[in-house]
Design a protein around this ligand. Structure first.
Ligand code: KIV
Length: 271
């Protein structure tokens, strides 16, 4: 029986075991109780309360505006819907860049107020002091390298990262630094597949990819993208498993028609 089938509650240790056994890790985002409940019951291993909530829930263009309080609100809503998956909450922009004390304070607030299992933080060696401080408080940390959307204004584009050798070597060094510090896993976003596979081979902790090919230890997608709720975003790495936009539009049109024609409510649908 696979680790996935045996486990009642996914922990960071379970994820290490999955990597050791060559069993791929599934991860999806969620931002609210109802969606988290569905995808947890479906058996996803990790639920990420991503700061992509800023885009898909709040309609902002970037992930920068979302606040720590808002991430805690989304995190606690998700945690109430989850029994099995490991719940990871993103540390939002502005909650850790100032100094390591501020980073620790933000991570403690996330853990205390949302009851999540871990935090995720974007960046490499430049934030290692903050990561060390968070880890020393006993808070599990997931790293995030490659395309780091909180730095969009530094790079100016969401293009594939680490295509040049010097950037690729820096990314590998950052990944090693995160592992040595004690991160339990790393997300690699939008980098060449061969580079991501190299990182997954060299590191003992699980590497979860998004737009990073199949040679890593697991995959993550934004749930609104993979369910086709969000139609505007179609990068090459995205596989759509459903067209919920069309399904919801159809259902809403039927409802409008039934209300206008006075078909709804009928006699059985009233008191
Ligand atoms: O915020 C998010 O959804 C993420 C994933 C894209 C990895 O960080």
């Amino acid at each position: 029986m696979s680790v996935h089938q045996q486990i009642k509650k996914v922990t960071t240790h379970v994820l290490s075991e999955m990597k050791l056994k060559g069993e791929k890790i599934s991860m999806l985002t969620a931002y609210d109780y109802s969606m988290a409940r569905i995808i947890d019951k479906a058996g996803v291993d990790v639920i990420l309360v991503g700061d992509s909530a800023s885009n898909v829930m709040a309609g902002y263009e970037t992930t920068l505006p979302i606040t720590l309080d808002q991430m805690i609100y989304h995190g606690s809503s998700v945690v109430r819907g989850v029994e099995r998956a490991l719940v990871v909450v993103d540390m939002p922009f502005g909650s850790y860049q100032g100094n390591s004390k501020e980073a620790l304070h933000s991570a403690i607030r996330i853990m205390k107020e949302s009851s999540a299992d871990a935090v995720k933080i974007e960046g490499g060696q430049e934030i290692i002091e903050s990561i060390n401080r968070i880890l020393s408080a006993g808070i599990p940390v997931m790293g995030h390298l490659g395309l780091t959307p909180q730095s969009i204004h530094k790079f100016g584009t969401y293009a594939v990262r680490a295509q040049k050798e010097d950037e690729a070597e820096r990314l590998v060094a950052d990944a090693h630094a995160l592992e040595e510090a004690g991160c339990f896993a790393i997300v690699l976003e939008k980098i060449p597949a061969a580079l991501a596979a190299r990182v997954a081979r060299e590191l003992t902790i699980p590497i979860i990819g998004i737009g990073a090919g199949g040679g890593v230890d697991g995959q993550v997608l934004v749930v609104h993208d993979m369910l086709g709720i969000n139609q505007e975003f179609s990068p090459r790495f995205l596989r759509r498993y459903h067209n919920l936009y069309a399904e919801i539009t159809g259902a809403v049109k039927n409802y409008i028609q039934d209300v206008k024609s006075q078909d709804f409510p009928n006699e059985r649908e009233q008191y």
